[in-house]
Design a protein around this ligand. Structure first.
Ligand code: UD1
Length: 431
């Protein structure tokens, strides 16, 4: 297994290009199942999760082609790909694939909407909690699908098609909202989603579905209305920039000090997180090219932050923020409200000498002057990048093990950071 070696202490200076958002790319790719036309996605990030989803979609009959290199292209520009589900040849998503990436459960919605049947493995738990899919199933049932749980699979049937309905989510769910949007787009009649997720990735999916012919109003607010249409066509759509990657590098710069342009980043996608980065003492300004993050000299100020659905502070940046405030001049509190078990990084951060104590769903972080490099282990995607942030500021060498978690969601992390002056390298496992 690959490892990442980091020697801390260098400031970050330069340009970091921000990739297309993983969490937008996945539902957009899944939406290709809704049509026999070609969905062309621009700015698709090169990530392990994207490659895995290509395999999953390929099993259902989706052809995938990557557009050849164009003038001016480089590794910094995302890929343009074509996804074409001319014919759905298999409506089953098997356990060995779904269990590796939870979001693949979302294929249930387009498969039932288009084919009237789908059999999708239940994803199971993961490192950050039990992560049930009951609300996704509820949404599909509201739309008229009959769902049975058989041998670990959700088997959905709607032989006469789906019907528009009122769907009221008792809790904000991104996956539930994506699922409902995709299914309702091909349902007969009007659907109203109450308490919908307002995340930018929902808006991105709704915009793409709109280009495919769906009639959607209100995406980005908590009430979304969809007038179902009998069929959707192909479209061309560019994946929005990754707000979690943006926030991660902003926190890395706030941690090490320095001056970095996050090229292509959009402030409107993460206002709450940027405000927190400013509170820690860094300056964040918008430029024509993206966001400039700058911190020089001043210490890191402590924060009191609670994660919340968008537009609140994202749970996917909670671990990174915790790494940052391990070196704050004072005590911080970070409260996690989205996932019950999302503190796996606490014990790993403690290995750097951080002082963190858990109090129910809060972590209390007493800032220390110095962190010391250590061998650590990545436990999930966002937790693993928090270890990288800590390592960038720690004295001496850190070895991050199990970096496949990082490869799921961060494109060329070590090259982006080393080009800004970090001492970071991947040690590729032999064999
Ligand atoms: C998505 C993101 C993930 C992010 C999360 C919250 C993708 C691929 N993943 O995950 O990075 O951390 O949003 O912003 O976009 N819940 C239920 N029942 C359900 C579904 C969810 O109880 O059927 C609960 C979850 O356990 C959690 C909360 O609802 O407590 C929010 O989860 P949800 O927004 O659905 O997360 P995902 O869509 O899985």
């Amino acid at each position: 297994m690959d490892r990442i070696r980091i020697v801390g202490g260098n400031r970050l200076n330069g340009i970091i290009p921000i990739s297309g958002a993983k969490n937008a790319a996945l539902p957009l790719m899944i939406a290709s199942l809704l049509t026999d036309g070609t969905l062309t996605l621009e700015n698709l990030p090169r990530l392990a999760d994207v490659s895995l989803l290509v395999r999953i979609l390929g099993n259902h009959g989706v052809d995938y082609t990557i557009e050849g290199k164009r003038a001016g292209d480089s590794l910094e520009t995302g890929q343009t790909v074509h996804l074409a589900a001319r014919q759905i040849v298999d409506t089953t998503a098997p356990y060995d694939l779904v269990s590796r990436m939870r979001a693949s459960f979302w294929v249930l919605a387009p498969l039932v909407a288009r084919m009237g049947v789908a059999k999708v493995s239940l994803p199971g738990g993961c490192a950050i909690g039990t992560r049930p899919v009951d609300l996704l199933i509820m949404a599909m049932e509201r739309l008229g699908a009959q769902i049975d749980i058989e041998n670990g699979y959700a088997v959905a049937r709607a032989p006469k098609g789906l019907k528009g309905a009122e769907i009221a989510f008792p809790k904000v769910t991104v996956g539930g909202t994506h699922t409902a949007l995709m299914a309702a787009s091909l349902a007969n009649g009007t659907t109203v989603i109450h308490n919908a997720a307002r995340e930018p990735e929902i808006v991105d999916l709704a915009e793409c579905l709109g280009k495919m012919g769906a009639r959607i109003r209100g995406a980005g607010t908590s009430v979304i209305e969809i007038d179902g249409v009998p069929r959707l066509g192909g479209a061309r759509h560019a994946v929005l920039p990754d707000r979690i990657e943006t926030g991660t590098y902003a926190m890395a710069v706030a941690m090490t000090g320095g001056d970095v342009l996050l090229q292509g980043a959009r402030a409107d996608l993460l206002e709450a997180a940027l405000e927190t980065v400013r509170q820690t003492g860094a300056s964040v300004t918008e430029t024509n090219e993206g966001l400039r993050v700058y911190r020089n000299g001043a210490g890191i100020a402590p924060v009191d932050v609670t994660t919340a659905p968008f537009p609140g502070f994202p749970t996917d940046l909670q671990a990174q923020l915790m790494a940052l405030v391990t070196r704050a001049e004072g005590t911080s509190r970070i409260t996690e409200t989205i996932f019950e078990n999302r503190f796996m990084h606490v014990s790993e951060l403690s290995r750097f000498g951080a002082h963190i104590r858990l109090d129910g769903d809060s972590a209390i972080i007493e800032g220390v002057k110095t962190l010391k490099g250590a061998p650590v282990m990545a436990t999930d995607l966002r937790a693993s990048v928090s270890l990288v942030i800590a390592a960038l500021a720690a004295e001496g060498e850190t070895m991050v093990n199990r970096v496949y978690h990082l490869d799921r969601g961060f494109e060329r992390l070590e090259s982006k950071l080393s080009r800004c002056g970090a001492e970071i390298e991947r040690i590729v496992a032999a064999g």
